[in-house]
Design a protein. Sequence first.
Length: 193
Amino acid sequence: MIFQGYQWSCQNCHHRNWVNFDALQRDPPWVLCKTPTTMPVAIEWVFRPNEFLIESLRDHSVLSLLWVLATLAASARSSFMYVGPTAFNFDEDSKTSDAEADLLVLRDGEAILCEVKSSWSHLRAKDVWKLADLAKRLRPDKTLLAVMEAGTLLDSDLALVKQDLEKQDIAFDVMRFETTRERHAPYLDAPIW
């Protein structure tokens, strides 16, 4: 997932070049302007992630999932297990999924259904209600909406979903980045309503 290599700037065209450790040679390959370059005697190693990792973090909200997992794992007392993004198909004849969960967590004997977003701008009211519908079908102990951004949107919908799920004996929490940033106030100890 992380490559080791050498990076240098061409003295002629100022293009920043990169050579993977496996491809190192006395005269590194010319990249842009074909100006010959000789490797220095002492190399300062540079590390860079592969494109799959970069795309996962940037385009698929993997960083948000890692944040939620780290926060929930840190608050576990004796046990912690999880399943990553999961699609559910409730109709046997359907060829597409009926619902999706970002995370399913078992922490200290408590089942938690998680919907994770990197930003409030990626969340719509219908997404919150879909989460509530899935929670009613799966019957977890707690349903968690985690948004890796300060602030709150959809306050009225969140309050209605909370009331609706509590009638079903399912707790509903919202975890925001500001409630987990400081070690002395982990999300479970900091009320957010």
